[in-house]
Ligand binder design. Structure first.
Ligand code: DAL
Ligand code: ZN
Length: 294
C-alpha cells in the first residue's frame, strides 16, 4: 500500500474498530501499529495460530505459513458430503459442506470439488507447476508457496460447477450460476471466499471466486457483516488486545488493634511452567496426487 502513514493509521483504526464491533469485542486500547497488514511480503514466518485446534484463527498469506509437518489426521473424503470423491477435508467441516452442497443443488447451482486438502509436499508441487506454466512473478500472486496455503489446513476447498471444467478456465467463474450462488450464500454455511475481487492488495492473492475456507457459521457471519477480507479479520482478531477487566474497588480494612505477625514467608516451590507442548503436528500423511490446483 502506498498511502501516507497518517492516512494508513486512520484506515487501520477504522478497520480494527469495525472488526471489534463485528466480533463483539470490547476494545479498550487499540494499537494500530501492531496491526500493520498492508504489506504482502514474500517471506517464511511460522504463523502464530499453528495448532490443529486453531484452524478458525490461523493467518496464512505470503508471509505467514504452517510448518511442513502440519497434516491433520481427521481428513475425510468429500464424498461424505454428497460431492465427488478424490478430495478430503477435516471431519468437522463435513456437515456444513453437505448442507451447502444440498442447498446449492436445490437452487440449480450444483457444485463439484476441484481441490481440497493439500499437504505441504503437494502444495510445493502445485506451486512449481504454476511457476513452470506462468513464471514465478505470476505464480506467487495466484498460488501459495509450500506452507502458505489454506488448503493445508484441511478446511479449504476450490469448487467448480458440476459437469464444468476447472474454474480458472472461465473468464469469471464467480459470474456463473454456481459461483454467484456461492458468493451470496457460502457464509450462511460457514464458508468465506478468501480472495474476493478487487482486494488483492489486502488478500495478497489474485481474485479466486472458487476458493472458500471454512471458519464455522458464527465467524463466517461476522466476516460477512464486517466487509473485511478474511485475512484482515483474522489478523485483527489476533492482534487486538484482550480487554482489561475493570478492577472492583476493595474496601479499606479497619485496622486491628492486635497485629498478627506471621514470621514464615510464603514460598511457592512449584514453578509455573507448562511442560506439555501444544498439539504438535504429526508428520504428513499420504499425499493426494499433485494436481494443477490453485
Ligand atoms: N491459490 C491459493 C492462494 C493457494 O494456493 O492456496
Ligand atoms: Zn484454493
Amino acid at each position: 500500500m502506498t498511502s501516507r502513514p497518517g492516512v494508513r493509521t486512520a484506515r487501520l483504526l477504522v478497520l480494527v474498530l469495525a472488526v471489534a464491533v463485528a466480533t463483539g469485542m470490547a476494545v479498550t486500547v487499540v494499537s494500530a501499529s501492531a496491526s500493520d497488514l498492508s504489506s504482502c511480503r514474500v517471506a517464511d514466518v511460522t504463523t502464530a495460530q499453528r495448532t490443529y485446534s486453531a484452524w478458525p484463527r490461523t493467518v496464512l498469506d505470503t508471509t505467514y505459513r504452517l510448518t511442513s509437518g502440519y497434516a491433520p489426521t481427521d481428513l475425510r473424503s468429500t464424498a461424505n458430503a454428497g460431492l465427488n470423491s478424490g478430495h478430503q477435508v477435516r471431519a468437522f467441516v463435513m456437515a456444513d459442506l453437505r448442507a451447502m452442497a444440498r442447498a446449492a443443488r436445490a437452487a440449480g447451482a450444483r457444485l463439484a470439488v476441484e481441490s481440497a486438502y493439500r499437504s505441504f509436499a503437494n502444495q510445493r508441487a502445485t506451486f512449481s507447476y504454476w511457476t513452470r506454466v506462468s513464471g514465478y512473478a505470476a505464480a506467487v500472486r495466484a498460488s501459495a508457496r509450500a506452507g502458505h496455503s489454506e488448503h493445508q489446513l484441511g478446511t479449504t476447498l476450490d469448487f467448480r460447477s458440476y459437469g464444468g471444467s476447472a474454474p480458472w478456465n472461465y473468464r469469471d467463474w464467480g459470474a456463473t450460476r454456481a459461483g454467484s450462488w456461492l458468493r451470496n450464500n457460502a457464509w450462511r454455511f460457514g464458508f468465506v471466499m478468501s480472495y474476493p475481487k478487487g482486494k488483492s492488495s489486502l488478500t495478497c492473492y489474485s481474485y479466486e471466486p472458487w476458493h472458500y475456507r471454512y471458519v464455522g457459521r458464527d465467524a463466517a457471519a461476522k466476516v460477512h457483516a464486517s466487509s473485511l477480507t478474511l485475512r484482515q479479520y483474522l489478523w485483527f482478531q489476533q492482534t487486538t488486545p484482550t480487554p482489561t477487566p475493570t478492577p472492583t474497588p476493595t474496601p479499606t480494612p479497619t485496622p486491628d488493634a492486635t497485629p498478627i505477625v506471621d514470621p514464615t514467608p510464603i514460598v511457592d516451590p512449584t514453578p509455573d511452567v507448562d511442560p506439555t507442548p501444544a498439539d504438535d503436528p504429526t508428520p504428513p500423511a499420504g499425499d493426494t496426487e499433485p494436481s494443477p490446483a490453485s
